[in-house]
Design a protein around this ligand. Structure first.
Ligand SMILES: N[C@@H](CCC(=O)N[C@@H](CS)C(=O)NCC(=O)O)C(=O)O
Length: 253
């Protein structure tokens, strides 16, 4: 079996997509945990693999692939069983339109996540702004990242910003609810595809951005997520690193 290495962050949605895809295909892989609060993802060595400075990156036989949906399409092409991409051209177009749909609300989502989970996590480390600067400076010399992280650490949660982002996000969720109202099992119909894998990890994070009752407000999404959570790949892909853990091997016997 060829080697697959995944650069991941703790409890974040984009790498989870890749883990679900790898698990659905029964592929063993090694996770390398990145500390996103301390900007591991902006270190020059990592930027050589992935110039977007984000996770995930998958390295397969020494070749780096980034962008979660691109990675998953690559995996489906190299390891075609079970297929997770529709065979017909329109099915593929529908799947990619779901990718675009998700990508469209990723920005307001990220803003809200930094105000909530990001802030909470960084503040719970007990780091002082000076220590944070020192730690981040070991990874990157770009002052913009240091200032950004310092703002996350030192400013109180911006409730107004979070409320405004929620309005944008709920508009998108209402559209997804409407699409699912025709009774389809998965987003592209009866076949479980990369579209479902693209959306579910993001949808699962709505409690993090202050919407704990999404599934009762939008029951078709609730049922879609129940089906998703019944798949073994869901639980395993949600595992987080133990304190101090840097690597984890998944699925190798
Ligand atoms: N479109 C990218 C989005 C990747 C992304 O936003 N990754 C987040 C974690 S879910 C990240 O690396 N955040 C760190 C940062 O913002 O510096 C993908 O699907 O791979």
């Amino acid at each position: 079996m060829s080697e697959l290495v995944l650069y991941d962050g703790a409890g974040v949605p984009s790498p989870r997509r890749v883990k679900i895809c790898l698990l659905e295909k029964g592929l063993p892989f090694t996770i390398k945990w990145m500390n996103l609060g301390l900007m591991d993802q902006k270190a020059p060595g990592y930027l050589k693999l992935n110039p977007t400075g984000l996770v995930p990156t998958l390295v397969h036989e020494g070749k780096a692939v980034y962008e979660s949906n691109v990675i998953n399409e690559y995996l489906d092409a190299v390891f075609p069983n079970p297929p997770l991409v529709p065979k017909d051209a329109y099915g593929q177009a529908r799947m990619r339109m779901w990718f675009a749909f998700e990508n469209d609300f990723a920005k307001p989502f990220r803003d809200a996540v930094y105000e909530t989970m990001g802030k909470q996590r960084l503040q719970s480390t007990g780091l002082t702004p000076e220590k944070l600067r020192e730690e981040i400076s070991k990874r990157t010399s770009n002052e913009a990242y240091i200032r950004f992280a310092t703002r996350v650490l030192t400013t109180p949660k911006d409730d107004e910003l979070v409320a405004e982002r929620q309005l944008l996000l709920m508009e998108k969720m209402a559209q997804m609810e409407d699409q699912l109202s025709d009774g389809r099992t998965w987003l592209c119909g009866e076949q479980f595809t990369l579209a479902d894998i693209a959306l579910a990890p993001r949808v699962d994070m709505f409690p993090v951005v202050g919407v704990p009752d999404l599934y009762t407000r939008l029951p078709n999404i609730g049922k879609f997520m129940e089906r998703m959570k019944a798949r073994p790949s869901w639980e395993i892909s949600g595992q987080r690193p133990e304190p101090g853990e840097t690597e984890r091997v998944v699925g190798r016997r």
